[in-house]
Design a protein around this ligand. Structure first.
Ligand code: ZN
Length: 161
């Protein structure tokens, strides 16, 4: 029986993610555990590294720096854009668009609107944040051939397609 977290295993975790002030940003509580394919970059590198070699039933606490998390905050990904140039020609705070950037397509979120212009931010909402994870490993199993091909997990806690 597989019990240890290693590359190309499907790992199910219960987790709570908090910021430095102890505010909960995300949690699996009240939902089914998150299932991911280990070593495939499905989760942030700092958490994936910390889980390597852990066993089912272990609980760990991990502090992940922005570099090992969702990236450092990049001011160059903020841009003021004329609303008439946006795909839907309208803008509201919280709207997101997929736009071309110099590193390929990227999600941009409207963070403010002033007159005919919208401020777009292409940073991940958690960019620049130190992440505090509490994680319990609840299951480790072998992936199916299809999961390996797709690079992610299917079924409960994974992709539904
Ligand atoms: Zn798939």
């Amino acid at each position: 029986m597989t019990v240890q977290v290693a590359p190309q295993k499907v790992v199910s975790i219960e987790y709570t993610l908090s910021d430095g002030a102890g505010r909960v940003l995300d949690t699996s509580e009240g939902r089914q555990p998150l299932a991911y394919l280990h070593g495939a970059g499905n989760i942030v590198p700092g958490l994936e590294n910390a889980l390597s070699g852990q066993e089912v039933g272990n609980s760990i606490e991990v502090v992940v720096t922005p570099e090992e998390g969702y990236g450092v905050y990049d001011d160059r990904l903020k841009q003021n854009v004329a609303i008439r140039k946006l795909p839907e020609r309208k803008a509201k705070v919280g709207m997101a668009f997929r736009l071309e950037s110099k590193d390929g397509p990227r999600n941009f979120m409207v963070t403010s609107v002033k007159g005919d212009y919208a401020m777009l931010d292409g940073n991940h909402p958690l960019a620049g944040k130190t992440l505090h994870f509490k994680v319990k490993i609840v299951d480790v199993r072998e992936p199916t051939a299809e999961e390996i091909t797709h690079g992610h997990v299917h079924g409960p806690g994974g992709h539904a397609h």
